[in-house]
Design a protein around this ligand. Structure first.
Ligand SMILES: Nc1ncnc2c1ncn2[C@@H]1O[C@H](COP(=O)(O)OP(=O)(O)O)[C@@H](O)[C@H]1O
Ligand SMILES: [Mg+2]
Length: 544
């Protein structure tokens, strides 16, 4: 890329935004700043700036500086002709005027890498934004890099446990793989990521990198405190390009975080946990950039380059013999429409997808994971073992049958079902409740003490429900508990009330008057109760 020959090809290739790069991180280092031929701003349109260079054009992806005290940072995206480049601003362009002088730094955007980063918070430029000292000495790397070649990639076929029952049992994450948390607004993606940070980072030996893309700044602040409280800040790096920043910054912050992660993997040979909230905002920022550059939108208004842009980022997240990058990404699904191109394209990159459903959230069944939509490539007998595989399969089957029976129950009532079907319904409702879990990160507002559950215990609990071993306990005994032992620990009399167990955290919310409708025992007499009434009571009680 440094040679003149390469430069001329890049000039011809106007749309070469995603041009493959050499993987040598230092390739721009010696070129240096080029103050001899400054450019001139010829147009400013929001975040898009056109620059005229009398001499040589800077390469695609070069970082340019302009404005007062060089405060405005631009990235070259398109070469319009031999002397004009169209650039996207990564900082606000307010105050920038035509005729302003532009300096080519001769290098792309870079971020610092290395051990010094641990415990710090950065923006897209790799500047610290916490209240610590400035980080100067660190080595820097270009944020644009080529993915690891195919022959150097590895897979481990090992499960990455999260301590969250519904995920570990039904959609186990892959160590060194990519997992997505899909859901519309406010169904619990961020809460789930925070809970995983709480459960996982402490046990995870390596380094964790959190990347906030286009979400609320408040969440970043909460996360910082959460990580501090868990005591793992010293092994964590945070990178933010939140929703108040320029589209260009949100578009590049994922690459910045990934560059830091790659360095830990390749140079320090550590296992890296990369959390991103929210990858959809990266796609959205790409759409904004594309619109600003004047490209015609494609399907549903997205950029025509959606697939390549996403792949350019996702393909870099991979594991090598040296170390693994395990990535967990929240994916906002616009208007709960899972056929949205952004969601569909993201799905295809992942080895595990956890789908959150609004219906479950509204019933208070948190985490609102949809067991029938969620899945993982790891859920195969030779990876998770025969028992886990069979239990997961039976859970799916039971819940799917319950789903089919719901219409009949709504029309005719539960008692019209055959004995077999009634048993399926009971199992399904117990499973649904057992798959809820109180979170550590939501303790303050739910009043339930958080629980992390070992995979073995979660599987065994589900198996016992499926084998009807726990029929003597009422459904609510399974709601918001950790291991199955907690359902048994309480002494339930035949009316379904806990006897003298008043430790408060183990019962359902709203234990009391509201639960009249749920008063039931399990040996069949409860079946007389209309399923409708039951449902509405459950929803009411659960959600409180
Ligand atoms: N596991 C949970 N337990 C209790 N409440 C939850 C849980 N998950 C989500 N919520 C509720 O839903 C709200 C929105 O969750 P959040 O994770 O911010 O949504 P998203 O990131 O999907 O937009 C939370 O503020 C909380 O009130
Ligand atoms: Mg969120």
């Amino acid at each position: 890329m440094t040679s003149a020959a390469e430069k001329s090809t890049s000039r011809k290739n106007r749309a070469a935004v995603n041009r493959p790069q050499k993987s040598d991180p230092d390739r721009h280092r010696n070129k240096g700043r080029r103050d001899d031929h400054p450019g001139t701003v010829t147009a400013v349109r929001g975040s898009v700036v056109e620059v005229h260079f009398p001499g040589e054009l800077p390469e695609i992806n070069s970082r340019l500086l302009t404005g007062q005290e060089n405060h405005v940072i631009l990235e070259v995206i398109v070469h319009l002709d031999a002397h004009r480049a169209r650039c996207i601003a990564l900082t606000p362009t307010r105050g920038l005027t035509r005729g302003a002088s532009v300096t080519d730094t001769g290098e792309p955007l870079t971020v610092p890498v290395g051990e010094e980063l641990l415990g710090r918070v950065f923006n897209v430029f790799g500047e610290t934004i916490d209240d610590g000292d400035k980080l100067d000495a660190a080595t820097r790397r270009s944020i644009h890099r080529r993915p690891v070649p195919l022959e150097d990639r590895t897979t481990q076929e090992e499960i990455f446990q999260t301590g969250i029952k519904a995920i570990d049992v039904l959609a186990p994450l892959e160590r060194g793989g990519k997992a997505g948390l899909f859901g519309g607004a406010g169904v619990g993606k961020t809460v789930l990521i925070m809970e995983m940070i709480h459960n996982v980072i402490g046990r995870h030996g390596g380094v964790s990198i959190f990347c906030g893309i286009g979400e609320r700044c408040r969440e970043g602040e909460e996360l910082y405190r959460e990580i501090q409280d868990v005591g793992v800040l010293d092994n964590t790096v945070l990178v933010f390009g939140q929703m108040n920043e320029q589209p260009g910054a949100r578009f590049r912050v994922g690459h910045a975080a990934l560059t830091m992660a790659e360095h830990f993997r390749d140079e320090a040979r550590k296992d890296v946990l990369l959390l991103m909230d929210n990858i959809f905002r990266f796609v959205q920022a790409g759409a904004e950039v594309s619109g600003l550059l004047g490209r015609l939108p494609s399907r549903v208004g997205y950029q025509p380059t959606l697939a390549t842009e996403l792949a350019e980022l996702e393909e870099r997240i991979c594991s090598t013999r040296g170390g693994a990058i395990t990535s967990i990404q929240a994916v906002y699904v616009p208007a709960d429409d899972f056929t949205d191109p952004a969601a569909v394209h993201t799905f295809s990159h992942l080895s595990a997808s956890v789908v959150l459903s609004r219906q479950r959230a509204s019933q208070g069944l948190y985490p609102a994971i949809d067991p029938l939509q969620s899945g993982s490539k790891m859920l195969a007998p030779h990876i998770v073992g025969e028992k886990h595989y069979q239990v997961a399969r039976r859970i799916r089957q039971t819940l799917a049958e319950y789903e089919d029976l719901k219409d009949i129950i709504a029309m005719l009532g539960l008692e019209e079902l055959s004995q077999d079907d009634q048993r399926t319904v009971h199992r399904a409702r117990r499973l649904e409740r057992f798959l809820t879990q109180p979170f550590f990160t939501t303790e303050q507002f739910t009043g339930h003490e958080g629980r992390s559950v070992e995979l073995e215990a979660a599987i065994e609990g589900c198996r016992r429900i499926l084998d009807d071993e726990l029929n003597k306990y009422p459904e609510k005994a399974f709601y918001m508990i950790g291991g199955i032992g907690e359902a048994e620990k309480q002494h339930w009399d035949e009316t379904g009330y806990a006897e003298a167990d008043t430790d408060g955290n183990d019962g359902q919310p709203g234990d009391g008057d509201k639960d009249e409708g749920e008063r039931r025992d399990d040996e069949g007499s409860s079946d007389q109760e209309g399923e409708d009434g039951e449902d509405s009571h459950a929803a009411h009680g659960d959600a409180s």
